[in-house]
Design a protein around this ligand. Structure first.
Ligand code: C2E
Ligand code: MG
Ligand code: MG
Ligand code: MG
Length: 283
């Protein structure tokens, strides 16, 4: 029986492994089909001004409407897409779709609004500024409408190249936010070298506020650092009013999180935006 059991569990492990390998292939071929058939769509999560409560913009977040498996979240397919070149096509689709939506809102009279797009490290190459410029001119939106969210891992590539690419992007009028700030491995000295507009405090540091003294210290320190360096600072993953009150007290500029809104589809977002976005939970 013992041997059976061991054999059984070994077989089980083997099957698990196979599942993950075939699972990966299933995902990869699925992603190729998804690109051809446009199975992706974007959700938009509002970013609010802490002082006025106004919606200043939205982060575009990709979803995959899988014909059999339902809606798939990015954490399940972006890593696989990043191991292949599919991420380049996916991020190109996202940039195009976000600019198309920006055009719709711009034409509807929305002003002083910015859509943030997440950029994968793989996409951060010398051709990015030109691709952004093309997307902006294709959809005829002003560059102030677009923000890129990049991560610290991108800053660890050849520093001179990265500075040059970033400078070309900001010269277009597109702003750069450093996403998941505090979770990467780079040294803080990059803050001096790179033309970054906004620091985005990672959700993991917001979670423990107000009870976790370390989270409070880290969030306050990041806000202080951003202020001193004349960067804007935004907190992501704000889920309750205690967190919001703390961030407000510390002088955080903007916030994003379930407390105000989950990511919404464009239609729903437009509805709320046209009602001028008043959140009962805000004050
Ligand atoms: P991220 O850029 O840090 O995005 C924030 C994530 O936190 C989003 O998850 C969002 O839905 C979630 N979130 C927002 N507020 C709250 C909150 O109050 N509580 C909690 N628990 N979560 C909250 P999502 O949409 O699943 O995206 C996950 C990650 O996938 C993103 O992290 C980003 O790194 C990546 N991603 C999303 N869209 C794209 C894309 O178009 N291109 C690329 N390359 N990556 C993307
Ligand atoms: Mg992001
Ligand atoms: Mg983030
Ligand atoms: Mg994050």
């Amino acid at each position: 029986r013992q041997i059976d059991k061991a054999g059984g569990s070994y077989t089980f492990y083997d099957a698990e492994m196979n599942r993950s390998i075939s699972g990966r292939m299933y995902l990869e071929s699925g992603l190729r089909r998804a690109l051809q058939r446009e199975e992706f769509f974007l959700l938009y999560q509002p970013k609010l001004d802490v002082r006025s409560g106004k919606v200043l913009g939205a982060e575009a977040l990709i979803r995959w409407a899988h014909p059999q498996d339902g809606i798939i979240a990015p954490n399940e397919f972006i890593p696989v897409a990043e191991e292949t070149n599919l991420i380049l096509q996916i991020d190109a689709w996202v940039l195009d779709a976000a600019c198309a939506q920006a055009k719709i809102w711009q034409s509807a009279g929305v002003q002083a609004f910015r859509i943030a797009v997440n950029v994968s490290a793989r996409e951060f190459t010398v051709s990015l500024p030109e691709r952004i410029e093309q997307a902006l001119s294709k959809h005829q939106i002003s560059s102030g409408w677009l923000e890129l969210e990049i991560t610290e891992s991108m800053l660890m590539q050849n520093a001179d190249d990265v500075v040059a690419i970033m400078s070309q992007i900001t010269a277009l009028g597109v702003t750069l936010a450093l996403d998941d700030f505090g979770t990467g491995f780079s040294s803080l000295s990059y803050l001096k070298r790179f033309p970054i507009d906004t620091l985005k405090i990672d959700r993991s540091f917001i979670q423990g506020i107000p009870d976790d003294a370390d989270d409070c210290a880290i969030a306050s320190a990041i806000i202080g650092l951003a202020k001193q360096m004349k960067h804007k600072v935004i907190a992501e993953g704000v889920e309750n009013s205690e967190q919001f009150a703390f961030l407000q007290k510390m002088g955080c500029d903007e916030i994003q999180g379930y407390l105000f809104s989950r990511p919404l589809d464009a239609e729903k977002f437009s509805e709320v935006m046209l009602r001028s976005f008043s959140f009962p939970s805000f004050y």
